[in-house]
Design a protein around this ligand. Structure first.
Ligand code: T4K
Length: 381
């Protein structure tokens, strides 16, 4: 961009994300098999194949597919018999605390670390009471929690550990797949996720016995024609979703590579901008490439996150404030003692700073440069 000139407005909205859409012919080839089988759901061939392929991809041998990530987390609470109170993060999507409420469990919000943006053993420990049965931590944006510290705390206190890994598809920690930690890890395969099945999700658990329980719970508790052994729900992924997932999976590596390049351009272009910082993965962590997060320090940038978000809209660039407001600010949770703002200072600060920038493989290099031009221009206004 020439200095002083106004960047051009995009003709079409530039979204925060776009789904990976594989060639339709590839999907049709799989759908023809589904049609020929006459089998659309309730554990068909595509389901079995995808479950196996993902178990390998995620390094999570005890994996169960679901119709969405929220249902997977609902079932995780049932399978692990979570009761009473659960310590969780306020800096997340509403699904995280809502699954606790739907399980008649009280969410207790812990503050987050200002850098990892996740709850930590230090913020969780003081909130553990006799009623606490578990920790439900979130690997927000694919940034891993202090998994070893949380596991230690949980062991010492006899708590279960559930991870909301909705953003952590492909995250590894020192070479270890993220699902190896805790008692259960949920993945979301929503259309907005890098790997997706339009709607979908999965739950990884520690052992085959727990997986068997999860599989019963996601299918009404039906063991066979004669026996219903648990009060389960319908959490099943259907054959069309599974077929889509199998085709999308073939293109995940290319999408990751493309996002890496997009991320590099953002980092190079915005490196010197005062008050702006792009969130980076800590050493030893493989990025899930789910989101690209800008942190806006209002004082340094001379512009608030909200102002930048609004100014970018004028260029047809639709950024998102994931995750503002905090879950602790929702009407259904703000009455909780743990939701009081003075108890969550880091969460409030971080929620006012973060902006999810457009980040997907459909962005051309030139698009990213134009977005950066618009950011630089907006900061100066
Ligand atoms: N835990 C965490 C931490 C989560 O982030 C989520 C979901 C969950 C649990 C629950 O998992 P699921 O039950 O959903 O599997 C979106 C997604 O709907 C949601 O899955 C995701 N997190 C959340 C962070 O983002 P919205 O309300 O922002 O979606 P929406 O419709 O505004 O879409 C965002 C952008 O994506 C649009 O501006 C354009 C683009 N888009 C979206 C869709 C649906 C497309 O280009 N095509 C599409 O089909 O929640």
């Amino acid at each position: 961009m020439r200095r002083g000139s106004t960047p051009l407005r995009f003709e079409q909205p530039i979204h925060v994300t776009r789904p990976l859409l594989p060639p339709l012919a590839e999907l049709n080839a799989e759908l023809e098999k589904v049609w020929a089988s006459g089998w659309l759901t309730n554990g068909g061939e595509q389901h079995a194949l995808l479950e196996r392929e993902l178990a390998e991809w995620l390094g999570a041998p005890n994996l169960s597919l679901f119709n969405n990530g929220t249902a997977a987390l609902m079932v995780a609470c049932q399978a692990l018999q979570v009761t009473g109170e659960v310590v969780t993060s306020p800096f997340t999507f509403p699904a995280t605390p809502h699954v606790l409420s739907w399980n008649k469990v009280a969410p207790v919000f812990a503050d987050i670390d200002p850098e990892t943006m996740n709850i930590t053993p230090d913020t969780v420990a003081p909130l553990v009471t006799g009623a606490t049965s578990a920790v439900l931590a979130v690997h927000v944006y694919g940034l891993p929690c202090d998994v070893r510290g949380i596991d230690r705390l949980a062991q010492a206190q006899g708590l279960k550990v559930l991870y909301d890994g909705a953003h952590a598809f492909g995250t590894t920690i020192d070479g270890e797949p993220v699902a190896r930690f805790g008692d259960a890890t949920m993945f979301s395969f929503h259309a907005t996720k890098l790997f997706h099945t339009a709607e979908g999700g999965a739950l990884a658990v520690r052992d085959a016995e727990t997986k068997a329980r999860v599989d019963l719970l996601k299918n009404f508790g039906i063991r066979n024609e004669e026996e219903v052994v648990l009060p389960g729900i319908n959490g099943k992924m259907n054959e069309l979703q599974a077929a889509l997932g199998r085709v999308v999976l073939r293109h995940v590596a290319a999408e990751r590579a493309r996002r890496e390049r997009v991320g590099r351009i953002y980092r190079e272009r915005l490196a010197g901008a005062a008050g702006l910082r792009i969130v980076a993965m800590p050493p030893g962590v493989t990025d899930s490439h789910q989101y690209l997060i800008l942190r806006v320090d209002e004082q340094g940038a001379g512009c608030s996150r909200d102002a930048l978000h609004a100014r970018l809209k004028r260029f047809n660039i639709v950024t998102r404030k994931y995750f503002h407001p905090l879950c602790s600010q929702y009407d259904c949770y703000r009455h909780l003692p743990s939701a009081r703002p003075e108890r969550l200072p880091n969460a409030h600060r971080v929620a006012a700073e973060v902006l999810s920038l457009p980040y997907h493989g459909g962005l051309a290099d030139d698009d990213v440069h134009r977005i950066c031009d618009a950011i630089e221009y907006s900061l100066a206004r």
